[in-house]
Design a protein around this ligand. Sequence first.
Ligand SMILES: NC(=O)c1ccc[n+]([C@@H]2O[C@H](COP(=O)([O-])OP(=O)(O)OC[C@H]3O[C@@H](n4cnc5c(N)ncnc54)[C@H](OP(=O)(O)O)[C@@H]3O)[C@@H](O)[C@H]2O)c1
Length: 332
Amino acid sequence: MKYRQLGHSSVEISAVTFGAWAIGGWMWGPQDDQDSLGALAEAVRCGMTTIDTAAVYGFGHSETIVARLLERVGRSEVQVLTKFGLRWDTPDGRNPWQTQDAKGNVRTIVHNGRKKSVLWECEQSLRRLGTDHIDLYQYHWRDPETDVEETMEALDKLKDQGKIRAAGVSNMSAADMEAASRVTQLASAQPPYSMLRRDIEADVLPWCREHNVGVVVYSPLERGLLTGKVTMDREFPQSDHRASRPLFQKDKRRKVLAFLDRLRPIADGHKATVAQLVIRWTIQQPGITAALVGARNAQQVRENAAAADLELTGDEMSEIDQRVQEINEELQ
Ligand SMILES: NC(=O)c1ccc[n+]([C@@H]2O[C@H](COP(=O)([O-])OP(=O)(O)OC[C@H]3O[C@@H](n4cnc5c(N)ncnc54)[C@H](OP(=O)(O)O)[C@@H]3O)[C@@H](O)[C@H]2O)c1
């Protein structure tokens, strides 16, 4: 495993970080807690010592599962990244939307970036995680009616109190990050990024590189599609959000699988899997600090963690880039 510094902060994270959304059991179909615990323990064993979760993942459930890992391996062995700003326990917020929890109950989620709400949410996450500090606390999605400066004041206060070691944002434009960083030092941004989704290269990534802000990218495997293991016959239950994602529809899926077949000889040359090639390509992009990779069991974790140590030559990277450009043109 490789470890990288998060911007100007003192937080060091694993270049392949464990994404703990699916293990919250929300929006990914059924998930077994024992599998989740096995996956987390295996992550730490493989050196994937950084875990990215969020309060809203499973309405607190993902954080409570992470707490069980911390109990098992010791708090100091793990870097805990979590997020705030999406509330399900109050109607006080903006842009409400409805979803279902693991039991099929309807939940309403609102965006809330008010200072008071952020301070309250942090206490809840600390309690669920069973810890006295969070290594990186990230603003999940912007509340459109709260000035970003107000939210950042809360993060600054939490840093002063020692409750969080570093402040980050997610899904945020370069302009909003510019405003945010006038109030507090940003350690990182968390945008989506994959071979099939490269829009951050236009503005977010250059801004972060210029300001030494770490970039921890999410969904690098395009939610499993880029592993090659989502074959044409795989069906998703309605409780799995991938059932309705455009890239998972059969016409697009067929094209993506053919693209992965074209990458496979390069992976084979390293005795690696396509998923490992995709993860390695992601963390080798200039300015990318880490890839947040979701996993649902120990086997997936082992495969994903090993990607950090795969070495791709300049020629191989150029060939992959060429293929990536072709598939993006094909999918348009
Ligand atoms: N800030 C945000 O708004 C935001 C949004 C999305 C994600 N995230 C973060 O980023 C993390 C990663 O993103 P993601 O979970 O959306 O997508 P991802 O990492 O692209 O894909 C994860 C999924 O791919 C499948 N998978 C993983 N490794 C595999 C392997 N080796 N072989 C076969 N299948 C494998 C698993 O699903 P199956 O086994 O069911 O196919 C897994 O749940 C999240 O967990 C979360 O921490 C943040």
